[in-house]
Design a protein around this ligand. Structure first.
Ligand SMILES: [Zn+2]
Length: 265
């Protein structure tokens, strides 16, 4: 374990454009419930799962009902978003923010909708599946903070006249083009990728480590930090796996990089 962290620190220091991908694993350590685990929200509530699959369609068909549901006036989903907005970052989030401050990590691309990377201080964050802190207009693509928009009369409208939804990307909803393009550009440009708390099996997000593997111009590594081996490990997409909790491994990694920088300066 110790050896791999030192190796990863050395690889990070040698990199010119390191980025991090993060998934549910880093959020569950902050107490956010997962969806498909043994006690997951959908494992234990099939009706909620069925509703989640219909949510985007509901927005398109009847945005007022969509908003009533999302705000908890109908159903329970609103309560989940309210709960998520209260959660605090954990040492894994802070370590990635520290690696950005040290000039090592250039960008975090996350599948998580909780906004915890920004809360922890990361500045360059691509929220691939959107955020519970924002609204988005699918017509023009603009986003607004939740606190900037009045939800007294539903549905809320964008300045362009389009109807706004949560920024969160629902099932069957396309990933917003700006986010998809930025993420792909980062994946092709990076010379090192940290894959943290995700098995990267949900497409199109799952294409990012694969694009990095094929597109990279240098010998930089794809490093996994996951509790268990994943398809990325088995398919040889990642160069090595540091097996453990992101909340424990990432702080050790950030510390190793920080020490090296101190010695150098
Ligand atoms: Zn608009």
């Amino acid at each position: 374990m110790e050896g791999l962290i030192e190796r990863a620190a050395r690889d990070l220091i040698a990199s010119k454009h390191a980025i991090a991908l993060t998934g549910a694993g880093i959020s569950t350590e902050s107490g956010i419930p997962d969806f498909r685990g043994p006690q997951g929200i959908w494992t234990t509530n099939k009706e909620a799962e069925a509703k989640a699959y219909e949510r985007y369609e509901l927005f398109l068909r009847d945005p007022k009902s969509y908003w009533q549901e999302m705000l908890g006036e109908k159903g329970t989903h609103g309560a989940f978003y309210i709960q998520v907005r209260k959660v605090e970052p954990n040492p894994g989030h802070y370590a990635l923010a520290e690696l950005e401050r040290l000039g090592i990590v250039k960008c975090v691309i996350t599948q998580n909708i909780d906004g915890l990377h920004r809360k922890a201080g990361s500045k360059s964050v691509i929220e691939y599946h959107g955020s519970v802190h924002k609204l988005r207009c699918p017509s023009c693509g603009s986003r607004r903070g939740l606190e900037e928009v009045s939800l007294e009369s539903l549905p809320p409208y964008c300045e362009c006249g389009g109807v706004m939804k949560y920024d969160v990307v629902h099932f069957k909803e396309p990933i917003p083009l700006d986010v998809m393009n930025e993420a792909e550009k980062e994946a092709l440009e990076c010379d090192l990728m940290l894959v943290c708390g995700t098995s990267a099996v949900v497409y199109p997000f799952a294409s990012l480590p694969r694009a990095a593997k094929l597109g990279r111009k240098t010998s930089g590594a794809i490093i996994e930090i996951n509790a268990e081996p994943t398809p990325l490990t088995r398919e040889g997409i990642s160069d090595y796996l540091i097996q453990g909790k992101t909340g424990e491994v990432l702080p050790q990694l950030a510390e190793a990089v920080r020490k090296w920088k101190l010695n150098r300066d």
